[in-house]
Design a protein around this ligand. Structure first.
Ligand SMILES: [Zn+2]
Length: 218
């Protein structure tokens, strides 16, 4: 599994601020532009603090480190702003690549080189370390770099794109949602980003239609 969540204990402050139903870090990150394909997309990363909160929710940062990074961002607003701009630049490149894969069309010309820039940056800030029974990527200390959370995100995208799990990347079947997720279900027939949200809404709509039909016939 390329999923960076794998084996990682996510310590979230309750309640998490982001809805994480992508089952892969990179896909959850793409989903931070909510309602992406509607007339009113909703940006969930409106400040550097939002980016830090995403990193905390996804277990990339411990809560106390997140607080320290937010404080650093406040002390260096220009650098924080450029870290946020870089995050969105990376996210949109990732989005283009994954949607090209989903739509089985060529990847837009600039998307892969952009993603690669961040993947290279991630590689420069990471090293292999020995863990108890295996090896893992360890990234440089996040507190020294405002854009540090982009490294594991870019790496997650690269790992997923280069893996045999790529075929299980799906978009939510709700046309107004279209959030991306990695279908890790046993039979690979998951249709919704979140059954309790989009799934239930769709079920409710079907129920409502049937009711209306029944009423019309009676
Ligand atoms: Zn959905």
């Amino acid at each position: 599994m390329p999923d960076i969540y794998c084996g990682r204990k996510i310590t979230r402050r309750q309640p998490p601020r982001f809805d994480l139903s992508g089952d892969a870090l990179c896909l959850d990150f793409i989903n931070t532009l909510d309602d992406r394909f509607t007339n009113e997309p909703k940006e969930l990363l409106t400040s550097y603090t939002d980016l830090v909160h995403f990193a905390e929710d996804t277990g990339l940062l411990e809560p106390h480190d997140a607080d320290r990074l937010v404080a650093r961002g406040e002390r260096a607003p220009e650098r924080a702003q450029s870290a946020l701009a870089a995050a969105i630049h990376l996210r949109e490149a990732m989005n283009e690549v994954f949607w090209a894969v989903l739509n089985k069309v060529p990847v837009p010309r600039t998307a892969l080189p952009t993603l690669n820039r961040y993947v290279r940056d991630a590689a420069q800030h990471s090293q292999l370390v020995e863990t108890r029974r295996r090896f893992a990527w360890k990234f440089d200390d996040a507190l020294d770099h405002l854009e540090a959370s982009l490294w594991p995100i870019a790496r997650s995208a690269a790992d997923l794109l280069a893996s045999d799990q790529l075929h299980f990347v799906r978009a939510c079947a709700a046309k107004t949602c279209l959030w991306l997720f990695l279908d890790t279900s046993k039979n690979h027939r998951r249709r919704w980003c979140d059954m309790t949200k989009c799934g239930n809404r769709a079920k409710f709509r079907r129920y409502y239609k049937r009711q209306k039909k029944a009423e019309a016939l009676s």
